[in-house]
Design a protein around this ligand. Structure first.
Ligand code: AP5
Ligand code: MG
Length: 216
């Protein structure tokens, strides 16, 4: 049966990095509300116009907007299991997700918490960049392209950085995580769904930890 999982962790914990690997290895579908919102901002849709300033400030956008995006994506998805990346982020979103899944006869298999040391996260985030063409993720110190200035995946030469990846905004994003997102863990703990993986290990080790949960 297709496994639906949540990757939970603060900004820079490695949710997007590990989700991309699960997509490549297992054909699961990544559902990143951050990516969906950035696409909406880029396309200047009504939702994009509404959320642009909130995202730039590092605050959370409204529960209704993100839950609607996830509902739409669940209806398009092809059934190999969903990876929720950056969603849910509040108790209301956690409850909305349960409903969205139940309405479709699906349920959560695991909530994988990437445990990280906050002090290291600012460095991870301010050093992050992606290929402007295919979106492959890189890092100034931890994951440079094999050939400097050329994307390993598609060969493009242009890269971009997120407007919210500066130190001041990262601090706000972390405060939002502590205040609103970390408190949803007990909701899942009570159902025995939480598994913890050391997010400070190198990326391959983190992937092995996640695989051990999914295959275990
Ligand atoms: P979102 O896009 O979800 O950002 P985030 O949660 O702040 O998380 P990041 O994407 O920054 O980190 P990540 O865990 O994906 O780390 P990554 O793998 O890139 O949200 C952005 C904004 O959108 C929010 O602030 C909010 O405004 C809005 N939003 C989104 N969802 C919302 C919701 N549900 N409700 C309300 N508002 C919402 O890794 C980071 C870097 O570290 C990379 O460069 C990577 O190469 C490197 N790295 C990764 N793993 C390792 C490792 N093991 N060792 C060394 N380096 C590593
Ligand atoms: Mg991400």
């Amino acid at each position: 049966m297709a496994l639906n999982i949540i990757l939970l962790g603060p900004p820079g914990a490695g949710k997007g990095t590990q989700a991309a690997r699960l997509v490549a290895k297992r054909g699961m579908v990544q559902m990143s509300t951050g990516d969906m919102l950035r696409e909406a901002v880029k396309a200047e849709t009504p939702v994009g116009q509404q959320v642009k300033a909130v995202m730039a400030a590092g605050e959370l956008v409204s529960d209704a907007i993100v839950s609607a995006l996830i509902g739409e994506r669940l209806d398009q998805e092809d059934g190999k299991g969903a990876i929720f990346d950056g969603y849910p982020r509040t108790q209301a979103q956690a409850e909305a997700l349960d409903l969205l899944l139940a309405e479709r006869g699906r349920r959560l298999a695991y909530v994988i918490e990437l445990e990280v040391d906050e002090a290291a996260l600012v460095e991870r985030i301010v050093g992050r960049f992606t290929c402007a063409q295919c979106g492959a993720g890189y890092h100034d110190s931890f994951a440079q392209p094999a050939v400097q200035g050329t994307c390993d995946i598609c060969g493009a030469h242009e890269f971009k950085r997120r407007p919210d990846d500066n130190e001041a905004t990262v601090r706000t994003r972390m405060a939002e995580y502590r205040a609103k997102t970390a408190p949803i863990l007990p909701y899942y703990e009570a159902r025995g769904l939480v598994r913890r993986v050391d997010g400070m290990a190198d990326m391959d080790e983190v992937s092995r930890g996640i695989a051990a949960v999914l295959d275990g």
